[in-house]
Design a binder for this molecule. Structure first.
Ligand code: SAM
Length: 221
């Protein structure tokens, strides 16, 4: 069964809630190439991979009703928290957001070529051990998957406070043959790149500890 985790054991019924929630997609592979029918419009589709408890994506979707958003999270116990947030008065009327419980490596099974206009990666797990490099969401292994689903002019936006992961990511952008459109080592003090910034849960936590937030935007050459 997918979406199993240690954490799931602490939240009995998480899978049931997801199965029955109207904005949680259950048959994502069947939607490949026809996500516009899920939203009932032709608006661009932006996804966040590893969205955690959903604060960033829910606020972004609220600000941009002309864009369709899909939050992707590997653990059902975490996705459950995003659904609970969606269910609050602030967000529950929104029609432009959906959630999928899946491992992002299988993105090409779920999205057709060019179907995604933008990919957000926020505070992705660092996987510090060298033998786990390929699990990092900013590794060339993952850029290869993004290449299969991203629109021709699509972009990947990545934020982290982890300097080592950020340096690695800058290198991987180049190694993947992509181009760096912009980057900063201190997002919150970067007048240009911080415009409209929406904080994630991790961003709030780490910036409150004084950690500068790094951000890069990459696209295909
Ligand atoms: N983006 C949120 C934030 O900034 O507050 C959460 C960051 S948390 C460190 C990373 C999240 O990514 C976790 O919830 C984890 O389960 C999820 N994740 C990691 N690898 C993933 C993958 N391959 N596919 C889907 N989700 C993944």
């Amino acid at each position: 069964m997918r979406c199993k985790s240690m954490r799931l054991r602490n939240i009995p019924g998480a899978d049931d809630v997801i199965q029955n929630h109207p904005v949680a997609i259950k048959n994502e592979i069947e939607q490949k190439g026809k996500w516009h029918t899920v939203f009932g419009n032709e608006n661009p589709i932006h996804i966040e991979i590893g969205m955690g408890k959903g604060q960033f994506l829910l606020n972004l979707a609220k600000q941009n009703p002309q864009i369709n958003y899909i939050g992707i999270e590997r653990y059902s116990s975490v996705l459950l928290r995003a659904l609970e947030k969606y269910d609050t008065e602030e967000f529950c009327d929104m029609k432009n957001i959906r959630f999928i419980c899946m491992d992002a490596f299988t993105l090409p099974d779920v999205f057709g070529k060019g179907e995604v206009a933008k990919i957000y990666l926020n505070f992705s797990d660092p996987w510090p051990k060298a033998r786990h490099t390929g699990r990092r969401l900013t590794s060339t292994r993952f850029f290869g998957q993004y290449d299969k689903v991203l629109a021709q002019d699509g972009v990947v936006e990545f934020k982290t406070d982890n300097s080592q992961l950020f340096e690695f990511s800058l290198e991987q952008v180049a190694e993947a043959g992509w181009k760096l459109l912009a980057h900063t080592y201190d997002l919150h003090h970067d007048e240009k790149m911080n415009v409209g910034n929406i904080m994630t849960e991790y961003e709030q936590k780490f910036s409150s500890l004084g950690n500068p937030i790094h951000k890069l935007i990459a696209a295909r050459k």
